[in-house]
Design a protein. Sequence first.
Length: 315
Amino acid sequence: MDIRDYQPNDERDILTLFEQVFHKKRSVDMWSWRYMQNPNGRGIIKLMWDGSRLVGHYAVCPTVVFVDGMPYGAALSTDTMVHPECWKQGIFTRLATACYDECAKRGIDLVYGFPNLNSYDTFVGKLGWTGFGKMPVWNLDLGNIYTLAMPMIPDWNPWLRQVGEFGLDVGKVLWPYLQTHRVIVSRGATSLNWRYVQNPVVKYVRYVDTRAGILGYVVFKVLEDKGFIVDALCGSSIIHDLLGRVIFYMANEGVKSISCYMNDERWAPELIRFGFTKGLMEKRHFGVKLIADSPLESALVLNNWYITQGDSDTY
């Protein structure tokens, strides 16, 4: 078996392996968006071949992460795949090791990800990741929404508007977070529009508060009868308005439950006020790996991170 980098047209074999491993299909457009159109750079993709058959895949997608106020090259771990006939042959660890060596050459200081239980133990036990366990998640049952939350949904806020795309001024919303969170993935207009506007498959709803240019934003999606608050940045003064708008929108769409990752303690009182309860994701974990001699120890403390569902590749 041989490891080599992605070459043009390998995506056909990659998508076949994806279906064999995850028992669902991914379109070429979705793959290209994720790995070829990322404004932070193309994905680093390592492939394991057994002759002409693709049997393993590991990749990371470049991002920028602020650590203690300074931007660093980083990458999101994505799509760990080994053909079912080739499990327990060390393919995953060999591919990941080769990928991290490439990351070091490209100036990437840390890799982070949200692995499932099948791969989490290998990331932590064999690949030097710092694991933080299952992701905390807030959940709201909308069964009693009109008696529980509707009285607390604020009057219409004329500054809170649905937008087709993010303007350049959205970048300034990030700066206050650099003072309160030591580690946060960069959120500029280019990255946000790629992530939440240009996605060829998933349709997101985007609201911004436009006072003083922009005070904050929220991104969410509806999947059948489930709602997901995928990303949000805002000052404390408008958390209530943003949550209220999301709940009102989803209730009218027939959504039965809402979930979100939100480890910003300023959100907790409002989430509780609207009836959210806190639990743990059964299928998703979070972890970080420092590359080479990276001095970014702050990234190895979970409470230093600001994390939303949008920081993963799942939502």
